[in-house]
Design a protein around this ligand. Structure first.
Ligand code: ZN
Length: 182
């Protein structure tokens, strides 16, 4: 967990200087309804060849529920990877979502809108607990899917803003980062 937060802070710092960090995007929504619980968080490996969790696991009411596209896009892949049914949506701007284990009647090239059903959840990713694995890549890098549907700022920024003076938010945040990550 410490590594995740350190990495998150490192990734967010440059963004914070240029624009508001990690605001959710109104053109994206959760791929399950109702809003699912996050059963396993994004945990990218330190090195590409190492193990990690390149996405988030979202809890479902039961296997067989519909999985919906979190944003508009084009289906770029439907098939089986190793032993898991996978569907990938290309959202443009270098962003691609992948879902597994999800079987889909769609084929590559199909256009989807946000909220369109793209397939049905299969069992197995979280053992006996129904869940869908959602990964998002920006170009070739996996990013945290939650940044598109959740405001990730409060857990990092709000305690600092409340505690700090009005001036120098970014400096205060940097100073406070070890407290948050430690
Ligand atoms: Zn997973």
């Amino acid at each position: 967990m410490k590594a995740i937060l350190v990495l998150a802070a490192a990734l967010l710092l440059p963004v914070a200087a240029a624009s508001p960090p990690a605001a959710p995007r109104p053109d994206w929504d959760w791929p399950l309804s109702p809003k699912p619980a996050v059963l396993r968080a994004f945990d990218p490996p330190d090195k590409p060849w190492m193990s990690g969790h390149r996405g988030v696991d979202l809890g479902a009411a039961h296997d067989g529920v519909p999985v919906t596209s979190p944003a508009s896009g084009t289906v770029s892949f439907v098939g089986v990877v190793v032993d898991r049914p996978v569907i990938t949506i290309d959202h443009g701007d270098g962003l691609r979502s992948s879902f597994e284990p999800v079987v889909s009647p769609l084929t590559a090239g199909s256009l989807v809108a946000k909220g369109d059903v793209i397939g049905t959840l299969q069992p197995g990713h979280c053992g006996a607990v129904p869940c869908v694995h959602w990964g998002v890549r920006r170009a070739d890098n996996y990013v945290n899917p939650l940044e598109f549907v959740t405001d990730l700022r409060p857990s990092i920024l709000l305690p600092v803003i409340r505690a700090g003076p009005v001036s120098g938010h970014s400096v205060t945040w940097v100073d406070a980062a070890p407290v948050i990550t430690g």
